[in-house]
Each structure stands twice: as structure tokens, then as C-alpha cells.
Design a protein around this ligand. Sequence first.
Ligand code: NAD
Ligand code: MG
Length: 385
Amino acid sequence: MKNLAILGSTGSIGTSTLDIVAAHPDRYRVVALTAGNNIERLAQQIERFRPQIVAVISETQARDLRERFPGQKLEIFSSVTGLIDCACHPDVHMVVSAIVGAAGLVPTLAAIEAGKDIALANKETLVTAGPLVMRKVAERGVQLFPVDSEHSAIFQSLEGHRKRDVRRLILTASGGPFREKSLAQMSHVTPADALKHPNWSMGRKISIDSATMMNKGLEVIEACWLFDLPSSRIAVHIHPQSIVHSMVEYIDGSLIAQLGLPDMRTPIAYALSYPERIALDAPSLDLCSVGRLTFEEPDGHKFPCLGLAYQALEAGGTVPAVLNAANEVAVEAFLTGQISFVNIAQVIQAALDEHEANHLEQVDDVLRADLWGRQKATQIIQSIR
Ligand code: NAD
Ligand code: MG
């Protein structure tokens, strides 16, 4: 039996994880759940999965939950310390890190420090603090399993191979809903248009990141830390069918890829069950009915966020944390109608231009850069409105 803490249990990844737990009650037990705002859904999850401990953001929400579940053996906490208590609970074996945004960093790092294995969906953890996180993973001897479908595909394609035989990694990207639009057309798109991802159903923030291609940029940074390779050896191919989830090219010219229908339960299940595979009620991939798999170069002119992420990765230090923070603020501003879609990249670029990079020695350096990036992006947004 593997005991899980699911951070961000009410989100897209969190609920898919709970679907897998529900299908395999002989393998997985939920010890801890945490959520941001969706308290109704969290209450249903508590009824269904009977965790020992839960955490929410505000104390008001925690009090509300305590009233709903009186006299039960359930501890209910709030704020970041509550998240940390869930992530570090002594009964937990593995933490599913599925909070969205930089808010996932502190509890994930605490879980690593406490010696828990991690199933990592929260890519912002490695984007903002890659070197610190990987150092801590090595020090504590924990295992870090990728949940992001591209990184899971690479992880699977590396199995049984020697790292020194890898020539490069190729991350695939669907290209998002605006792949065929011109820049002029993109300046008029609405949040509803941008949220309509062609192949995947995901949370709001990552859906917008997919539309700007910042998601792929964040994934390049994530891949660099997970697989210990420089940005020059990580390429991106647009693959609109989202069937080939990513590939590893070896020094003899071989490409090893992992394919499947776009269903996040597959990479989540692999992270939970590694090195075994567990059955999912997923349909077979019928390649004959898919017919054609196509690949093309990303258009850096139309999707500048991808290039900004590569630049931030190469600059290193605090720069990726600022890239991420400015992106989170800009995406929220777009979703709330304050800026246009094409402004997102402009806000991030302007924030990066003003940032003086620092080294990352400790997590406080990341948190300071994150705060700086948020404040700077907010100022920039006010100036363009
Ligand atoms: P989501 O918005 O659907 O869910 C986010 C979860 O985090 C919710 O439970 C929410 O309540 C909680 N949360 C939000 N802000 C919080 C805060 N400040 N403090 C504590 N909890 C908070 O997001 P998602 O699509 O499930 O994505 C989660 C993470 O997984 C992201 O980092 C995303 O990039 C990554 N990811 C998602 C997918 C996908 O298919 N959805 C695929 C690959 C990677
Ligand atoms: Mg992905």
C-alpha cells in the first residue's frame, strides 16, 4: 500500500490522481489532501477518500470544514504551514505535487526535505528553483517522478539506456489553439478562445500557457533540471495531434518515443506505480484511425514566450523565477480582461529587461525574485492599461 498526499487535489491533475486511486484501492491510500478555493469539491473528496489530514488556504475555509466534519479523526489546517504539514505527514510515502504556480514550491521542497518521494506535476517548482530542488533531491535520496506528459515520455524513453548515449531530447507541443492564427488575429482573441485547448483538458493557467507556448518554455526548463542537460540539447517540435508525447534521440541516430492518447492519467499512473504499470480503463490508441502524425518547427515570431524561456534558462540564477512570476501575473491579467493576449509576452519581456539577475543560494532568493517579478509585472500592466 502506498500512502499519498495530494497537494492541489481539487484541480485537473488532483482529480485525475484520485480517479486512479479510486480504481486501485488495493494499491493507494489517501492520507492528505490540500486545496485552494474549491471547498465543495474538497468536502466531497474527504467523504469519499477519508484522509487523515487536509489543508486549505484560509483559516475561514478551515473552520467551515471543521464544522462539516465534526468529531471525526480528521485534522484540518490552513495556510502554507498546513500545506507543509500535509506534505510532511509521517504516514505519507509519496507526495503528488499538483498545486498550480509558484505556490507549489515551498510545500514540495518541504516534502523532499522530509524524505518523501515526489510525483511532480507542478512544473513551476523546477522552473523557479531547479538547482536547489535537484540538490535537495540528491541529498535526501528521494525519487522525483515526472507527471508532465512530455517528461514522463522522456523518462520512459530513457529506461534501459545510458545517459551518456543521449544526443538530445525532443519535446513535442500541440501548438495550442492559435497555431494557425496570425499575430494580428491573436491580438483579438478572448480568454474563452484561449482556454479551448485542442487536445487536452487542463486547469486555466496551464491552458493559457499552452496558447502562448510559455508552457513549452517552462517544460524546457523543467527538462533541463530533471534530465541534467543544457538547453542546447533540448529541442521543441510542434506536433498538433498530441500522440507522440516526446522523444529521446541517441548518439546512433535512434529516436525512442512514447505514444498514447492525450490522457493525463497515463503519466500520473506511471509516476505512482513506477517501475510497474497499472491498468487504466483508457481506450487503445488506434494509429490507423489517427492516420497522420505531423511535425513542424515552432514559430518564434508568433510565440515569443518560448524564446523568452530559453533566454531565462541560459541566464540562470533568479531569471527563471522572474519569468515565471511575471507570466503568472500576466496570465491572470489576461484572464480578467486587463490586458490582451499578445500583451502577455510583452509584460514578461519588460519585466525580464529590468531584472538584475542574482545567484540562487537558498529558497529565500527564489521567493524574493518571485515577489519582485510579481510587483514589476503588476506595475507594467498598470502602465499599459
Ligand atoms: P488546476 O488549476 O486545475 O488545479 C490547481 C490546484 O491547486 C487546485 O486544487 C487549487 O485549488 C490549488 N491551488 C491553486 N492555487 C493555490 C495556492 N495558492 N495554494 C494552495 N493551493 C492552490 O491546475 P492543474 O491543471 O491541475 O495543474 C496543476 C499543476 O500541474 C500545474 O503546475 C500545471 O502546470 C501542471 N500540469 C498540469 C497538467 C494538466 O493536464 N492539467 C499537465 C501537466 C502539468
Ligand atoms: Mg506538458
